[in-house]
Design a protein around this ligand. Structure first.
Ligand code: NDP
Ligand code: OXD
Length: 309
């Protein structure tokens, strides 16, 4: 069995060594134009040439959770896509979002500024019950984040495509449930996959429905947010601030207004990193299962190209 590795965002050597160690019977190699045909591939945003030269691949294992970039490519229908299924990302995402929510709720930015002026000053505590946190997307990451935020006794709402029942979380679903979800939300967290249905979902119309003084946390994909609408609503005072980890263009261009905006916190797409050991262990286990003849449909993280995630 041959496994090609084609990773655009990192040095492939340690990934190849790790995958080779986990699957000693396989031949694992770094893809280069003209490389021999492989059975499986481990990829992150490969060039179209890779797919075109390897049409026989049975499964593309994505070294990340989001498959939006892969689904924009021309991929033969016979090639299955499997994304990372948590692999150590949900705990990181929960940590990041809880930090952003509590930093805003407890006004730590204002205390940082006070310290810079050696100024000892109390701020009136906010009422937790007035800080309902709404999570767009209740999948692997959204659900974990919802539960983590709930631990701090904030009211938590969630929105998904199909209806859900999760203890302690008020769940909304489908287009018909979106307005009700937004109206009930003070801190909005985006953890949706990027699909034609979710592209630009955070725009003037939807963000205006959030409670006055709302806060936006985008940790999914930059294209979920209409940048100009966020900036306008911040300037008009409807929104109090935003923490953004993902952007329409990455790296975020030097001249982009988000960098210097006093109400926006920017991080460089680090809310949940792909962890090599956890990812390789998961992918190797799935390849071994397929090699034993287990059906593709039994694999967690199998992407449905019709749904787009
Ligand atoms: P999942 O596929 O497990 O969950 C997706 C959730 O979104 C599901 O609850 C799904 O609903 C919901 N959803 C999808 N489409 C719609 C829609 N049209 N309307 C309402 N709800 C919808 O994904 P993950 O939780 O694993 O990951 C989510 C995204 O997070 C990734 O796609 C990626 O873009 C991003 N990400 C960002 C990272 C970062 O570092 N910033 C790291 C990792 C991921 P249903 O449950 O009904 O199917
Ligand atoms: C992912 C990401 O999708 O890191 O895994 O954004």
């Amino acid at each position: 069995m041959k496994i090609a590795v084609c990773l655009s965002n990192t040095k492939p050597a340690p990934w190849i060594a790790s995958l080779q160690a986990a699957l000693p019977q396989a031949e694992v190699f770094e893809w280069a134009p003209g490389a021999p045909p492989a059975d499986y591939a481990l990829v992150w945003t490969p060039p179209q040439q890779f797919i075109d030269e390897q049409p026989q691949l049975k499964v593309l294992f994505n070294a990340g959770a989001g498959v939006d970039a892969l689904l924009r490519m021309q991929i033969p229908a016979s090639m299955a896509l499997v994304r990372l299924d948590d692999a150590g990302m949900s705990v990181q995402m929960a940590e990041y979002v809880v930090h952003a929510v509590t930093r805003h709720f407890r006004e730590f930015q204002a205390y940082d500024q006070a310290q810079a002026q050696s100024h000892w000053a109390y701020r009136k505590p906010h009422r937790r019950q007035e800080f309902s946190v709404g999570i767009l997307g209740l999948g692997i990451l959204g659900r974990r984040v919802a539960q983590a935020v709930r631990q701090f006794e904030f009211p938590v709402n969630g929105w998904s495509r199909t209806p859900k029942q999760i203890d302690g979380i008020q769940c909304f679903s489908g287009e018909h449930g979106l307005s009700e979800f937004l109206v009930a939300t003070r801190v909005l967290v985006c953890l949706l996959p990027l699909t034609p249905d979710t592209q630009g979902l955070m725009n003037r119309r939807t963000l205006s429905q959030l409670q006055t003084g709302a806060y936006v946390i985008n940790v999914a994909r930059g294209a979920h947010l209409v940048d100009e609408d966020l900036l306008a609503l911040l300037d008009e005072g409807h929104l109090a601030g935003a923490t953004l980890d993902v952007f329409r263009t990455e790296p975020l261009p030097q001249a982009h207004a988000f960098w210097q905006h006093p109400k926006i916190t920017v991080t460089p797409h680090i809310s949940a990193r792909t962890l090599r050991d956890e990812s390789i262990a998961q992918i190797a286990k799935k390849i071994a299962a397929l090699q034993r003849g287990e059906p593709l449909a039994s694999l967690a993280g199998l992407v449905d190209p019709k749904k787009g995630y």
